[in-house]
Design a binder for this molecule. Structure first.
Ligand code: PSV
Ligand code: MN
Length: 388
């Protein structure tokens, strides 16, 4: 069994992954959303479920909210509820993609009245951040066009900058804005923030409190995502990750499920670039659990990130550097792959137990009977979900 160096143990102890509240609600595809017994009916119940992930793994101390999905009358009450369960409220995600007014855009819209409405939504999100104690406002824009000639690409980019400037100006000193990019969907011809370069150009023009959010599912097949991670860290502009995995498009599957090796390569560059356990780089999940149980789906996800982090920390960086400098291609690759192929699961299980955590959080959660309890208790009401 591999033994962890004390610096590895320290790094693993510090690791924190923020959970998305929407992972606990029902979701699906445009064909069908399947309901699950016990699904939360409100943000309070979503947070109770998220707190289970923290309880069994000690990896997930924060829960991100999506507005308006998680709108409540009293955010201080939600915050107290979260803290009572041992978690904090995290990133506030804005939503300008489910309102008829936004059919042709929100922050980029030709009509100043629609832009005003979209900007005001973000200002409301900032007010919520004050009440929840959140640091980050995450903006993903579903804006673009379907047909060449449909939209004035340049005008939209200029309006986007103006809108973002107004939002940025409202941030508190303790706040940040992270701008997420996605190469397509729902628009199929052009998207206003399609890639890291556009996000970078927009946030760089805003100032130090604006950063890029990298969602791992938002790239074309074959994209070298770890290169983007390296570059954004190098530029000091990697604000956050939305972790998930994909086989085809933006599948929002469990991180590390589709391509564990890619997750390893990303985490290697995170470590290389000083992004691990760096408060400037938020680790978040952005996933949906369409057919699997949601709480264990999230437990599996944070464990996958932990396992690949542990493997990436095993890379013998001194030997790797020596091989790189001497041009020993195959030795460099061997060192890299050796770490990737090392099974860290037994060592992680032992280390968890030494910290008073279950060796196998999946099994311990299943044995706790929590899913059966919420299925019995949460009867009536409307299950949370954003529809599809
Ligand atoms: C868009 O696909 C996205 O990745 C954004 O982060 C949204 O906020 C989230 O998904 C909603 O599921
Ligand atoms: Mn995302």
């Amino acid at each position: 069994m591999v033994t962890f160096h004390s610096t590895t143990r320290f790094a693993l102890e510090q690791q924190a992954i923020e959970l998305p509240s929407w992972a606990f609600g029902n979701s699906g595809t445009r064909f069908k959303v399947f309901a699950t017994p016990g699904t939360p009916r409100d943000p309070f119940e979503k947070i109770a479920d998220a707190a289970q992930v923290q309880k069994f793994t000690a990896l997930a101390p924060k829960v991100a909210l999506h507005i308006p999905w998680d709108k409540v009358d009293d955010y201080s009450a939600l915050r107290t509820h979260a803290e009572g369960l041992g978690v904090e409220l995290g990133t506030i995600n804005s939503n300008t993609f489910q309102d008829d007014d936004y059919k042709f855009g929100a922050l980029t819209h030709e009509d100043a009245a629609v832009r005003r409405k979209a900007i005001d939504h973000h200002l409301e999100c900032i007010d919520i951040m004050h009440a929840t104690g959140s640091r980050d406002l995450k903006i993903w824009l579903a804006e673009g066009s379907n047909y060449p000639g449909q939209a004035d690409l340049r005008g939209r980019q200029d309006r986007l900058q103006d809108s973002l400037e107004e939002i940025y100006a409202r941030l508190g000193d303790e706040h940040r804005l992270v701008l997420e990019y996605k190469f397509f969907e729902p628009a199929f011809y052009h998207t206003d923030v399609p890639d890291w370069g556009t996000s970078y150009a927009q946030v760089a023009a805003l100032g130090d409190k604006a950063m890029v959010c990298l969602d791992t599912g938002h790239h074309a097949p074959g994209t070298n995502i770890e290169f983007i991670v390296m570059q954004l860290l190098r530029l000091g502009k990697l604000g956050s990750f939305d972790f998930n995995s994909r086989f085809y498009a933006d599948d929002d599957l469990i991180v590390g499920a589709a391509d564990p090796y890619q997750l390893f390569r990303i985490l290697f560059e995170v470590i290389r670039g000083g992004g691990l356990n760096n408060p400037d780089v938020a680790f978040m999940l952005d996933q949906c659990h369409n057919v699997e149980d949601k709480v264990p789906g999230q437990i599996r996800s944070v464990l996958n990130v932990q396992e690949m982090t542990a493997r990436a920390l095993l890379v013998d960086t001194e030997a790797l550097r020596a091989a790189q400098v001497s041009g020993d291609v195959l030795e460099a690759n061997r060192i890299f792959m050796d770490a990737f192929y090392t099974d860290v699961r037994p060592a992680l299980a032992e280390w968890r137990e030494s910290r008073g955590l279950p060796a196998d959080p999946m099994a311990a959660f299943a044995a706790s009977g929590y899913l059966q309890r919420i299925a019995a208790d949460r009867v009536g009401g409307v299950q949370a979900g954003w529809g599809a």
